[in-house]
Unconditional design. Structure first.
Length: 189
């Protein structure tokens, strides 16, 4: 494998864990509630993905006794999936493929950050330029993870990645709304 592809694969596989570790470090240093909330929601998003994969989607495919459903596509990981987790501690290749957890988490984090920035943004030119730059970077990171999960690590199909992204987007929007505008708002950010 070409060194650039190898490095790209390693970064994409470890990106969700790297971001969660970064959030832990940032919270320890700055003690900001925003960071702690994003960290907790990221962990909930990961648990939610495991529930979706193993508790819901696997059972839907099993109920219909198939590995392919219209609209959803293939349920299991592609046959050539290899070393799909960051540290290869668990045999992630055996986990169900639908939906992509990496894509779901990265899309959730990006969506939540973007909505949080819009919510707190002072509409000054300097802030808008910074916001646009961060927006572009976050979108590129999401596209990068989606691309690598399909075309470099072969861990997911296009539909698994798109559905993971859609779930992450919806989880980000709902989480942001609950945290900032929910009737039972727990903290003031």
């Amino acid at each position: 494998m070409h060194p650039i592809l190898y490095i790209s694969q390693a970064i994409a596989k470890c990106l969700p864990i790297m971001i969660i570790l970064l959030l832990i470090i940032l919270y320890v240093i700055f003690k900001k509630k925003d960071i702690l909330v994003l960290l907790i929601l990221s962990l909930i998003c990961d648990i939610f993905n495991r529930i979706l994969k193993e508790g819901i989607f696997r059972n839907i495919y099993k109920y219909y006794n198939t590995d392919y459903l219209p609209i959803l596509g293939k349920g299991n990981r592609p046959d050539n999936a290899k070393s799909c987790s960051c540290l290869n501690i668990i045999n992630e290749n055996k986990l169900f493929g639908m939906p992509s957890g990496h894509t779901q988490i990265i899309t959730f984090i990006s969506t939540y950050i973007i909505l949080n920035m819009i919510y707190k943004l002072n509409f000054k030119i300097k802030n808008i330029i910074i916001f646009i730059l961060i927006l572009i970077i976050l979108i590129l990171i999401v596209i990068y993870v989606m691309f690598t999960r399909v075309y470099i690590t072969y861990c997911h199909t296009i539909r698994q990645v798109l559905i993971g992204g859609l779930i992450g987007l919806l989880f980000g929007i709902v989480s942001f709304y609950i945290v900032h505008f929910g009737k039972f708002k727990i903290i003031n950010l």
